[in-house]
Ligand binder design. Structure first.
Ligand SMILES: *[C@@H]1O[C@H](CO)[C@@H](O)[C@H](O)[C@H]1NC(C)=O
Length: 409
Protein backbone atom coordinates (compact mmCIF):
# COMPACT_ATOMS: atom_id res chain seq x y z
CA UNK A 1 0.00 0.00 0.00
CA UNK A 2 2.93 2.30 0.62
CA UNK A 3 4.29 2.47 -2.85
CA UNK A 4 1.12 3.73 -4.53
CA UNK A 5 0.59 6.54 -2.02
CA UNK A 6 4.22 7.61 -2.39
CA UNK A 7 3.67 7.66 -6.12
CA UNK A 8 0.54 9.77 -5.71
CA UNK A 9 2.41 12.26 -3.49
CA UNK A 10 5.17 12.45 -6.04
CA UNK A 11 2.70 13.05 -8.89
CA UNK A 12 0.94 15.78 -6.91
CA UNK A 13 4.29 17.49 -6.16
CA UNK A 14 5.41 17.22 -9.74
CA UNK A 15 2.21 18.65 -11.11
CA UNK A 16 2.38 21.55 -8.66
CA UNK A 17 5.94 22.33 -9.71
CA UNK A 18 5.71 21.49 -13.36
CA UNK A 19 5.95 24.23 -15.97
CA UNK A 20 3.42 22.34 -18.12
CA UNK A 21 0.18 24.26 -18.35
CA UNK A 22 -3.13 22.87 -19.46
CA UNK A 23 -4.84 23.88 -22.70
CA UNK A 24 -7.44 26.63 -22.62
CA UNK A 25 -10.86 25.77 -21.22
CA UNK A 26 -13.54 24.46 -23.57
CA UNK A 27 -14.73 27.12 -26.01
CA UNK A 28 -15.81 26.97 -29.64
CA UNK A 29 -12.51 25.46 -30.84
CA UNK A 30 -10.87 23.92 -27.76
CA UNK A 31 -12.87 20.85 -26.78
CA UNK A 32 -14.60 20.87 -30.17
CA UNK A 33 -14.34 19.51 -33.70
CA UNK A 34 -13.78 22.11 -36.42
CA UNK A 35 -14.03 21.44 -40.16
CA UNK A 36 -12.42 23.47 -42.91
CA UNK A 37 -15.04 24.97 -45.23
CA UNK A 38 -14.15 26.09 -48.76
CA UNK A 39 -17.52 27.37 -49.98
CA UNK A 40 -15.83 28.13 -53.30
CA UNK A 41 -18.02 26.32 -55.85
CA UNK A 42 -19.79 28.29 -58.55
CA UNK A 43 -22.02 27.30 -61.46
CA UNK A 44 -23.08 28.87 -64.70
CA UNK A 45 -26.60 30.06 -64.10
CA UNK A 46 -26.28 30.58 -60.34
CA UNK A 47 -26.76 34.37 -60.70
CA UNK A 48 -23.64 35.03 -58.65
CA UNK A 49 -21.33 37.91 -59.66
CA UNK A 50 -19.27 35.26 -61.57
CA UNK A 51 -22.20 33.36 -62.99
CA UNK A 52 -19.78 30.74 -64.31
CA UNK A 53 -18.31 27.39 -63.32
CA UNK A 54 -15.84 27.84 -60.48
CA UNK A 55 -13.67 25.06 -59.02
CA UNK A 56 -15.50 22.18 -60.63
CA UNK A 57 -13.51 22.75 -63.85
CA UNK A 58 -10.05 24.27 -64.10
CA UNK A 59 -9.46 27.07 -66.62
CA UNK A 60 -12.69 26.40 -68.34
CA UNK A 61 -16.17 27.72 -68.41
CA UNK A 62 -17.72 24.30 -68.52
CA UNK A 63 -17.08 21.24 -66.40
CA UNK A 64 -16.48 18.45 -68.80
CA UNK A 65 -14.10 15.54 -69.16
CA UNK A 66 -10.85 17.23 -70.15
CA UNK A 67 -11.33 20.07 -67.68
CA UNK A 68 -12.31 18.21 -64.55
CA UNK A 69 -10.76 19.73 -61.44
CA UNK A 70 -12.49 17.69 -58.74
CA UNK A 71 -11.89 14.13 -57.58
CA UNK A 72 -15.10 13.26 -55.74
CA UNK A 73 -18.56 13.77 -57.16
CA UNK A 74 -20.97 15.24 -54.63
CA UNK A 75 -24.27 13.67 -53.66
CA UNK A 76 -26.59 16.42 -54.91
CA UNK A 77 -29.92 14.88 -53.93
CA UNK A 78 -30.70 17.35 -51.14
CA UNK A 79 -30.03 20.61 -52.99
CA UNK A 80 -32.99 22.52 -54.38
CA UNK A 81 -30.79 24.27 -56.99
CA UNK A 82 -28.32 22.32 -59.13
CA UNK A 83 -26.90 23.14 -62.56
CA UNK A 84 -26.61 21.03 -65.68
CA UNK A 85 -23.02 20.12 -66.60
CA UNK A 86 -21.58 18.83 -69.86
CA UNK A 87 -21.01 15.32 -68.52
CA UNK A 88 -23.02 12.33 -69.63
CA UNK A 89 -25.83 11.26 -67.30
CA UNK A 90 -25.05 9.54 -64.04
CA UNK A 91 -24.95 5.75 -63.91
CA UNK A 92 -28.51 5.78 -62.52
CA UNK A 93 -29.71 7.74 -65.58
CA UNK A 94 -30.16 11.07 -63.75
CA UNK A 95 -28.68 14.21 -65.35
CA UNK A 96 -25.20 15.13 -64.06
CA UNK A 97 -25.71 18.34 -62.10
CA UNK A 98 -23.57 20.25 -59.61
CA UNK A 99 -24.24 22.76 -56.84
CA UNK A 100 -23.13 26.34 -56.21
CA UNK A 101 -21.95 27.71 -52.86
CA UNK A 102 -23.63 30.99 -53.86
CA UNK A 103 -27.05 29.42 -53.22
CA UNK A 104 -28.20 29.93 -49.64
CA UNK A 105 -29.91 26.56 -49.63
CA UNK A 106 -26.64 24.80 -50.48
CA UNK A 107 -24.79 26.27 -47.53
CA UNK A 108 -27.82 25.85 -45.29
CA UNK A 109 -27.88 22.14 -46.17
CA UNK A 110 -24.20 21.82 -45.29
CA UNK A 111 -24.69 23.36 -41.84
CA UNK A 112 -27.77 21.20 -41.31
CA UNK A 113 -25.57 18.15 -41.94
CA UNK A 114 -23.02 19.51 -39.47
CA UNK A 115 -25.72 19.74 -36.82
CA UNK A 116 -27.13 16.29 -37.60
CA UNK A 117 -23.70 14.72 -37.40
CA UNK A 118 -22.22 16.49 -34.38
CA UNK A 119 -19.75 18.81 -36.08
CA UNK A 120 -19.35 21.94 -33.98
CA UNK A 121 -17.50 24.62 -35.92
CA UNK A 122 -16.55 25.53 -39.51
CA UNK A 123 -13.51 27.56 -40.58
CA UNK A 124 -14.43 29.50 -43.73
CA UNK A 125 -11.42 29.98 -46.02
CA UNK A 126 -10.42 33.21 -47.77
CA UNK A 127 -7.77 33.39 -50.47
CA UNK A 128 -5.75 36.32 -51.82
CA UNK A 129 -6.97 35.79 -55.36
CA UNK A 130 -10.53 36.40 -54.25
CA UNK A 131 -10.05 38.87 -51.43
CA UNK A 132 -7.83 41.31 -53.22
CA UNK A 133 -7.36 41.03 -56.93
CA UNK A 134 -10.81 40.69 -58.29
CA UNK A 135 -13.81 42.75 -57.13
CA UNK A 136 -16.23 40.24 -58.66
CA UNK A 137 -14.62 37.40 -56.77
CA UNK A 138 -14.70 39.47 -53.61
CA UNK A 139 -18.43 40.02 -53.99
CA UNK A 140 -18.93 36.29 -54.44
CA UNK A 141 -16.80 35.52 -51.42
CA UNK A 142 -18.69 37.96 -49.22
CA UNK A 143 -22.00 36.55 -50.43
CA UNK A 144 -20.93 33.03 -49.47
CA UNK A 145 -19.71 34.35 -46.09
CA UNK A 146 -23.20 35.78 -45.54
CA UNK A 147 -24.65 32.37 -46.41
CA UNK A 148 -22.32 30.76 -43.87
CA UNK A 149 -23.34 33.22 -41.19
CA UNK A 150 -27.07 32.66 -41.82
CA UNK A 151 -26.68 28.87 -41.97
CA UNK A 152 -24.56 28.70 -38.80
CA UNK A 153 -27.10 30.84 -36.96
CA UNK A 154 -30.01 28.72 -38.24
CA UNK A 155 -28.41 25.42 -37.24
CA UNK A 156 -26.72 26.51 -34.04
CA UNK A 157 -23.18 25.88 -35.33
CA UNK A 158 -20.13 28.17 -35.00
CA UNK A 159 -17.91 29.59 -37.73
CA UNK A 160 -14.78 31.68 -38.01
CA UNK A 161 -12.58 33.08 -40.78
CA UNK A 162 -9.33 31.49 -41.94
CA UNK A 163 -7.12 33.33 -44.45
CA UNK A 164 -4.81 31.25 -46.65
CA UNK A 165 -1.64 33.22 -47.51
CA UNK A 166 -0.64 31.03 -50.48
CA UNK A 167 0.60 33.33 -53.25
CA UNK A 168 -0.28 36.39 -51.16
CA UNK A 169 2.86 38.51 -50.83
CA UNK A 170 1.16 41.47 -49.14
CA UNK A 171 -0.86 39.30 -46.79
CA UNK A 172 0.35 41.10 -43.67
CA UNK A 173 -1.37 44.39 -44.49
CA UNK A 174 -4.12 43.17 -46.81
CA UNK A 175 -5.57 40.68 -44.32
CA UNK A 176 -6.03 43.56 -41.86
CA UNK A 177 -7.84 45.58 -44.55
CA UNK A 178 -10.03 42.58 -45.35
CA UNK A 179 -10.83 42.10 -41.68
CA UNK A 180 -11.79 45.75 -41.27
CA UNK A 181 -13.79 46.00 -44.50
CA UNK A 182 -15.47 42.61 -44.74
CA UNK A 183 -15.11 40.47 -41.63
CA UNK A 184 -15.74 42.73 -38.65
CA UNK A 185 -19.43 42.79 -39.53
CA UNK A 186 -19.57 38.96 -39.23
CA UNK A 187 -17.95 38.85 -35.81
CA UNK A 188 -21.07 40.29 -34.18
CA UNK A 189 -23.02 37.16 -35.17
CA UNK A 190 -24.10 34.92 -32.29
CA UNK A 191 -22.68 32.09 -34.41
CA UNK A 192 -19.19 33.58 -34.68
CA UNK A 193 -16.76 31.25 -32.85
CA UNK A 194 -15.15 32.47 -29.63
CA UNK A 195 -12.35 31.00 -27.60
CA UNK A 196 -11.28 32.35 -24.18
CA UNK A 197 -14.01 34.95 -24.69
CA UNK A 198 -12.41 36.26 -27.89
CA UNK A 199 -13.51 35.97 -31.53
CA UNK A 200 -11.36 33.42 -33.38
CA UNK A 201 -9.39 34.10 -36.58
CA UNK A 202 -6.84 31.87 -38.27
CA UNK A 203 -4.07 32.50 -40.77
CA UNK A 204 -2.97 29.45 -42.73
CA UNK A 205 0.39 28.97 -44.45
CA UNK A 206 3.09 30.00 -41.98
CA UNK A 207 6.50 28.40 -42.53
CA UNK A 208 5.73 26.50 -45.75
CA UNK A 209 8.22 26.47 -48.60
CA UNK A 210 6.88 28.14 -51.70
CA UNK A 211 4.66 30.48 -49.71
CA UNK A 212 5.36 34.07 -48.63
CA UNK A 213 8.27 34.31 -46.19
CA UNK A 214 7.46 37.65 -44.58
CA UNK A 215 8.02 36.65 -40.95
CA UNK A 216 8.13 40.23 -39.67
CA UNK A 217 4.82 40.94 -41.36
CA UNK A 218 3.38 37.76 -39.88
CA UNK A 219 4.34 38.81 -36.36
CA UNK A 220 2.95 42.31 -36.88
CA UNK A 221 -0.32 40.83 -38.18
CA UNK A 222 -0.69 38.45 -35.23
CA UNK A 223 0.07 41.23 -32.75
CA UNK A 224 -2.37 43.58 -34.43
CA UNK A 225 -5.16 41.01 -34.21
CA UNK A 226 -4.33 40.26 -30.57
CA UNK A 227 -4.54 43.98 -29.78
CA UNK A 228 -7.98 43.95 -31.40
CA UNK A 229 -9.01 41.35 -28.82
CA UNK A 230 -8.97 38.36 -31.17
CA UNK A 231 -7.83 34.79 -30.51
CA UNK A 232 -5.32 34.05 -33.29
CA UNK A 233 -4.77 30.52 -34.60
CA UNK A 234 -2.22 29.57 -37.24
CA UNK A 235 -2.04 26.82 -39.83
CA UNK A 236 1.66 25.94 -39.86
CA UNK A 237 3.98 23.55 -41.64
CA UNK A 238 4.26 20.01 -40.29
CA UNK A 239 7.88 20.34 -39.07
CA UNK A 240 7.29 23.61 -37.20
CA UNK A 241 8.75 22.27 -33.92
CA UNK A 242 12.23 21.75 -35.37
CA UNK A 243 12.15 24.84 -37.62
CA UNK A 244 15.26 26.97 -36.95
CA UNK A 245 14.37 29.78 -39.38
CA UNK A 246 12.82 33.12 -38.42
CA UNK A 247 9.42 31.37 -38.50
CA UNK A 248 10.19 29.83 -35.10
CA UNK A 249 9.49 33.22 -33.52
CA UNK A 250 6.18 33.47 -35.37
CA UNK A 251 4.78 30.14 -34.14
CA UNK A 252 5.16 31.07 -30.47
CA UNK A 253 3.14 34.28 -30.94
CA UNK A 254 0.00 32.32 -31.83
CA UNK A 255 -2.80 31.32 -29.45
CA UNK A 256 -3.33 28.00 -31.24
CA UNK A 257 -1.22 25.96 -33.66
CA UNK A 258 -2.63 23.73 -36.33
CA UNK A 259 0.18 21.83 -38.13
CA UNK A 260 -0.85 20.68 -41.61
CA UNK A 261 -0.92 16.92 -42.26
CA UNK A 262 -2.87 16.29 -45.47
CA UNK A 263 -0.66 14.08 -47.66
CA UNK A 264 2.11 13.98 -44.98
CA UNK A 265 1.09 10.39 -44.29
CA UNK A 266 -1.21 8.33 -46.43
CA UNK A 267 -2.02 5.02 -44.78
CA UNK A 268 -2.88 3.55 -41.39
CA UNK A 269 0.75 2.74 -40.54
CA UNK A 270 1.72 6.33 -41.37
CA UNK A 271 -1.09 7.65 -39.17
CA UNK A 272 0.05 5.38 -36.32
CA UNK A 273 3.65 6.55 -36.67
CA UNK A 274 2.51 10.17 -36.66
CA UNK A 275 1.33 9.73 -33.06
CA UNK A 276 4.93 10.39 -31.89
CA UNK A 277 4.85 13.78 -33.62
CA UNK A 278 1.46 14.60 -32.12
CA UNK A 279 2.76 13.79 -28.65
CA UNK A 280 5.93 15.88 -29.04
CA UNK A 281 3.95 18.79 -30.53
CA UNK A 282 1.41 18.59 -27.72
CA UNK A 283 4.09 18.64 -25.01
CA UNK A 284 6.00 21.51 -26.57
CA UNK A 285 2.85 23.59 -26.96
CA UNK A 286 1.78 22.95 -23.37
CA UNK A 287 5.12 24.39 -22.24
CA UNK A 288 4.40 27.52 -24.28
CA UNK A 289 0.79 27.68 -23.07
CA UNK A 290 -0.40 27.47 -26.70
CA UNK A 291 -3.45 25.43 -27.72
CA UNK A 292 -3.03 22.53 -30.12
CA UNK A 293 -5.36 21.49 -32.91
CA UNK A 294 -4.24 18.43 -34.90
CA UNK A 295 -5.39 18.17 -38.53
CA UNK A 296 -7.16 14.91 -39.52
CA UNK A 297 -8.30 13.87 -42.98
CA UNK A 298 -10.45 11.14 -44.47
CA UNK A 299 -8.02 10.37 -47.31
CA UNK A 300 -6.86 12.41 -50.30
CA UNK A 301 -6.35 12.20 -54.03
CA UNK A 302 -6.30 14.67 -56.90
CA UNK A 303 -5.67 12.70 -60.07
CA UNK A 304 -8.35 14.53 -62.09
CA UNK A 305 -6.59 17.88 -61.56
CA UNK A 306 -3.03 16.41 -61.45
CA UNK A 307 -3.10 13.62 -64.06
CA UNK A 308 0.46 12.50 -63.20
CA UNK A 309 -0.64 11.53 -59.69
CA UNK A 310 -2.25 8.26 -58.66
CA UNK A 311 -5.98 7.72 -58.43
CA UNK A 312 -7.06 7.16 -54.84
CA UNK A 313 -3.56 8.11 -53.73
CA UNK A 314 -4.16 8.14 -49.96
CA UNK A 315 -7.07 5.72 -49.59
CA UNK A 316 -9.81 6.17 -47.03
CA UNK A 317 -10.12 2.42 -46.41
CA UNK A 318 -13.80 2.89 -45.59
CA UNK A 319 -13.10 5.09 -42.59
CA UNK A 320 -10.30 3.12 -40.94
CA UNK A 321 -7.67 5.72 -41.93
CA UNK A 322 -9.49 8.67 -40.37
CA UNK A 323 -10.57 6.69 -37.32
CA UNK A 324 -6.93 5.82 -36.58
CA UNK A 325 -6.20 9.57 -36.44
CA UNK A 326 -9.10 10.13 -34.00
CA UNK A 327 -7.68 7.30 -31.86
CA UNK A 328 -4.32 9.12 -31.69
CA UNK A 329 -6.02 12.32 -30.55
CA UNK A 330 -8.03 10.49 -27.88
CA UNK A 331 -5.12 8.37 -26.64
CA UNK A 332 -3.02 11.50 -26.17
CA UNK A 333 -5.94 13.34 -24.58
CA UNK A 334 -5.69 16.24 -27.02
CA UNK A 335 -8.89 18.25 -26.62
CA UNK A 336 -9.34 19.71 -30.11
CA UNK A 337 -9.09 18.70 -33.73
CA UNK A 338 -9.68 19.94 -37.26
CA UNK A 339 -10.94 17.85 -40.15
CA UNK A 340 -9.57 18.97 -43.51
CA UNK A 341 -12.05 19.50 -45.05
CA UNK A 342 -15.85 19.53 -45.18
CA UNK A 343 -16.36 20.30 -48.88
CA UNK A 344 -12.93 19.77 -50.46
CA UNK A 345 -14.14 17.74 -53.43
CA UNK A 346 -11.14 18.98 -55.48
CA UNK A 347 -8.41 17.27 -53.44
CA UNK A 348 -10.62 14.40 -52.43
CA UNK A 349 -10.70 15.13 -48.70
CA UNK A 350 -14.40 16.10 -48.53
CA UNK A 351 -16.46 14.53 -45.75
CA UNK A 352 -19.72 16.07 -47.04
CA UNK A 353 -22.13 13.71 -48.80
CA UNK A 354 -20.56 12.15 -51.89
CA UNK A 355 -21.24 9.63 -54.63
CA UNK A 356 -21.28 6.14 -53.15
CA UNK A 357 -20.68 4.20 -56.32
CA UNK A 358 -20.87 4.30 -60.12
CA UNK A 359 -24.62 4.85 -60.06
CA UNK A 360 -24.01 8.39 -58.73
CA UNK A 361 -21.26 9.62 -61.09
CA UNK A 362 -21.29 10.51 -64.80
CA UNK A 363 -20.69 7.52 -67.04
CA UNK A 364 -18.02 9.36 -69.09
CA UNK A 365 -15.62 10.46 -66.35
CA UNK A 366 -13.71 8.71 -63.56
CA UNK A 367 -14.35 9.93 -60.01
CA UNK A 368 -13.28 8.49 -56.68
CA UNK A 369 -16.38 6.85 -55.21
CA UNK A 370 -16.91 5.94 -51.57
CA UNK A 371 -16.79 2.21 -52.37
CA UNK A 372 -13.29 2.48 -53.89
CA UNK A 373 -11.63 0.31 -51.23
CA UNK A 374 -14.00 -2.59 -51.61
CA UNK A 375 -16.60 -1.83 -48.93
CA UNK A 376 -19.82 0.05 -49.73
CA UNK A 377 -20.50 2.99 -47.41
CA UNK A 378 -23.34 5.51 -47.41
CA UNK A 379 -23.01 8.99 -48.91
CA UNK A 380 -23.01 10.48 -45.40
CA UNK A 381 -20.65 7.94 -43.85
CA UNK A 382 -17.72 10.35 -43.36
CA UNK A 383 -19.97 12.92 -41.70
CA UNK A 384 -21.19 10.28 -39.26
CA UNK A 385 -17.63 9.03 -38.73
CA UNK A 386 -16.40 12.55 -37.92
CA UNK A 387 -19.33 13.01 -35.53
CA UNK A 388 -18.42 9.78 -33.71
CA UNK A 389 -14.74 10.80 -33.66
CA UNK A 390 -15.79 14.05 -32.00
CA UNK A 391 -17.79 12.10 -29.40
CA UNK A 392 -14.76 9.95 -28.67
CA UNK A 393 -12.47 12.99 -28.42
CA UNK A 394 -14.95 14.59 -26.00
CA UNK A 395 -15.15 11.30 -24.01
CA UNK A 396 -18.87 10.91 -24.60
CA UNK A 397 -18.19 7.42 -25.97
CA UNK A 398 -15.35 5.04 -25.05
CA UNK A 399 -12.03 4.85 -26.84
CA UNK A 400 -12.25 2.06 -29.41
CA UNK A 401 -9.61 1.01 -31.93
CA UNK A 402 -12.25 0.33 -34.57
CA UNK A 403 -14.95 2.83 -35.45
CA UNK A 404 -18.41 2.31 -33.99
CA UNK A 405 -19.89 3.99 -37.09
CA UNK A 406 -21.97 1.73 -39.33
CA UNK A 407 -21.03 1.77 -43.02
CA UNK A 408 -24.72 2.18 -43.72
CA UNK A 409 -26.99 3.78 -41.10
C1 LIG B 1 -24.99 2.31 -55.28
O1 LIG B 1 -25.53 3.35 -54.49
C2 LIG B 1 -26.93 3.45 -54.58
C3 LIG B 1 -27.35 4.72 -53.84
O2 LIG B 1 -27.23 4.56 -52.45
C4 LIG B 1 -27.58 2.19 -54.03
O3 LIG B 1 -28.96 2.29 -54.11
C5 LIG B 1 -27.06 1.00 -54.80
O4 LIG B 1 -27.53 -0.18 -54.20
C6 LIG B 1 -25.56 0.97 -54.85
N1 LIG B 1 -25.14 -0.05 -55.78
C7 LIG B 1 -24.20 -0.92 -55.48
C8 LIG B 1 -23.83 -1.88 -56.57
O5 LIG B 1 -23.66 -0.95 -54.39
Amino acid sequence: MKAPSAVIVLIVCLSAATPLLASSAVGDVVGKLTVGYQGWFGAKGDNSPHNSWIHWPHNSDHPYKDHTNFEIYPDTREYTHTYQTGYANLGNGQPAKLFSSWDKQTVDTHFKWMKEDNIDTAALQRFASSVKRDPIAQKSLNGVADNVRAAAEAHDRKFYIMWDISGWNNFATEIIEDYDNNIKRLVSSKAYAHQNGKPVVCIWGFGFNGRPQDTKGAIALIEHFKQQGLYVAGGVQTQWRTDTTAWKDVYTKLDMLQPWTVGRYGNIKGAEDYKKTLEADHNTLKQHNIDYQPVLFAGSSWSNSHPASKRNENPRVHGDFMWRQFVNVRELDIPSCYVAMFDEYDEGTAIAKAAENKSMIPTDQWFLTMDADGVAVSADFYLRLAGDGNRMMQKQIPLTQTHPTKHYP
